[in-house]
Design a protein around this ligand. Structure first.
Ligand code: SF4
Length: 222
């Protein structure tokens, strides 16, 4: 059975996505293939990051002991971890858990999308200010459905223009949920609202990261 490098498991409220505001248990896997300019979990991606080796059974046991049904698999980039397909199948077969997986947009989702009752995807599309846009796999848009989300983390007006272009080109609001979220401290949410109204961005949600509002924005494990 595969063992995963787990950087942390903690309970909090879901700060983003369709379950925002609900209690959730987070499983953060160490390691990422990207290096976004605004990454707030770089500590979990460093080669010498602290982690605990856990197999699927240990992860599920820890998660279920919390009694919380929403589980968010995050990172780093969880979908690059060996054994993730099997873990997702186990989670999908569990009648209690409702899982979502946060993925950075650079990993092919096709294989994972074929898991029966699969977790929902919250896929980032990395905009120019991240420095990582060249790694985005737009083919992933074709496997997204009504339970999935594309999230655009925007740090500038140029990012917002690019998000609008991608949303229109791939008709994302016809497929899945679409969220726009500010890079914390880089752009005022008010400017995003103004842009959304000016461009009549119907069906698109502004998402503020609740955990950064409730707690110190630099706090870990919330
Ligand atoms: S994809 Fe996520 S975890 Fe990886 S560098 Fe970017 S923000 Fe950080």
């Amino acid at each position: 059975m595969a063992c995963f490098k787990v950087a942390e498991i903690f309970t909090s409220i879901n700060g983003e996505g369709t379950k925002a505001g609900q209690p959730a248990v987070f499983v953060r896997f160490a390691g990422c293939n990207l290096n976004c300019s605004y990454c707030d979990t770089k500590w979990a991606n460093e080669p010498d990051a602290d982690f605990k080796l856990m197999d699927s059974a240990m992860i599920l046991d820890t998660v279920k002991k919390t009694g919380i049904k929403n589980i968010t698999l995050t990172g780093g980039e969880p979908l690059l971890r060996e054994g993730m397909y099997e873990l997702l199948k186990l989670i999908a077969d569990d009648s209690f858990l409702e899982a979502e997986i946060e993925t950075n947009g650079s990993v092919d989702l096709k294989g994972f999308s074929q898991i029966r009752n699969r977790p929902s995807f919250t896929m980032d599309y990395k905009l120019p200010s991240s420095g990582m846009e060249d790694f985005m796999l737009t083919e992933n848009f074709s496997v997204l459905g009504s339970n999935d989300t594309v999230k655009f983390v925007s740090g500038s007006m140029a990012d917002l223009e690019r998000a609008l272009e991608i949303i229109k080109r791939y008709r994302l609001t016809d497929k899945c949920h679409v969220y726009i979220s500010p890079v914390f401290g880089s752009i005022e949410p008010e400017r995003i609202v103004g842009f959304m109204i000016e461009n009549k961005m119907n069906g698109i949600n502004l998402q503020l990261q609740l955990h950064k509002i409730i707690w110190n924005p630099d706090m870990r494990g919330v």
